[in-house]
Design a protein around this ligand. Structure first.
Ligand code: GLN
Length: 191
C-alpha cells in the first residue's frame, strides 16, 4: 500500500515522514499520472490559493475528483482542508469542491496566528497534539459530515465518508495518531 502527498507546495516532507512512521510507504505526488499508483492522498498545509493555482495548472483538479469518485481516501490538512471544501467564506470560487463543508480562512485572528493544544479527536484514543498555523475553521457542515473534534466550540476535524480534514498540522509533531487513523481509512477502502 502507498499513500501519496500532493507535492506542489507546502509541508510535503513532514507528511511523508509521518506516513512512514505508521509503516506505510509515502510518495511525493508531482504528476497526475502518479495518482494511479497510490491508494490514499494527503493534501498538505501551505497556502491554499497557491496550491489551488498549481492544481489547475497541472491538471490536478479533474484528476483528484476522479480519484475521489473511485472512493479512494483523501486527507486535507490546513490549506489542504480549504482546497477540499465546497465553499470558502467570502470567496466566489472554491477549488476541488469535494467535501460538504464551508470554511473560513485564517480564522483564529492575528494575535493567535499560531498555537498548540491537546485535542480530543473522535476515533482516536489519546488526545492529539495539534499545531495551528493561520488555521482555517469549518463554519458549517452538510448532513453527511461527521464532526470529529472541536476547539472552543469551533469545528477543527471532520470526516465525510472517505474524506478527512483537519484545521491543524498533525505532521509537525511526533504524534502520528491522525496519520494512523487515515491509514486505517485507506485500508478499509481497499477491502
Ligand atoms: N492560511 C493558509 C491558507 O489560507 C493556510 C495555513 C496553513 O496551511 N498553515 O491557505
Amino acid at each position: 500500500m502507498k499513500i501519496g502527498v500532493l507535492a506542489l507546495q507546502g509541508a510535503v516532507a513532514e507528511h511523508i515522514r509521518s506516513i512512514e512512521q505508521t509503516g506505510v510507504e509515502g510518495v511525493a505526488i508531482k504528476k497526475v499520472e502518479q495518482l494511479g499508483d497510490i491508494q490514499g492522498l494527503i493534501i498538505p498545509g501551505g497556502e491554499s490559493t497557491t496550491i489551488g493555482k498549481l492544481m489547475r495548472k497541472y491538471g490536478f483538479i479533474d484528476a483528484i475528483r476522479q480519484f475521489s469518485a473511485q472512493g479512494k481516501p483523501i486527507f486535507g490538512t490546513c490549506a489542504g482542508l480549504i482546497v477540499l471544501a465546497k465553499h470558502i467564506e467570502g470567496q466566489e470560487d472554491a477549488h476541488l469542491e469535494l467535501m460538504d463543508i464551508t470554511v473560513k480562512r485564517n480564522a483564529f485572528g492575528r494575535q493567535r496566528e499560531s498555537f498548540e493544544t491537546d485535542l480530543k479527536v473522535k476515533g482516536i484514543e489519546e488526545p492529539v497534539r495539534a499545531v495551528f498555523i493561520r488555521a482555517p475553521l469549518i463554519v458549517s457542515v452538510g448532513e453527511g459530515v461527521e464532526v470529529l473534534s472541536t476547539y472552543n466550540n469551533e469545528i477543527v476535524t471532520a470526516r465525510e465518508g472517505h474524506l478527512l480534514v483537519s484545521s491543524f498540522h498533525p505532521e509537525l509533531t511526533d504524534d502520528y495518531s491522525v496519520h494512523q487513523y487515515f491509514v486505517e481509512m485507506v485500508k478499509e477502502s481497499e477491502q
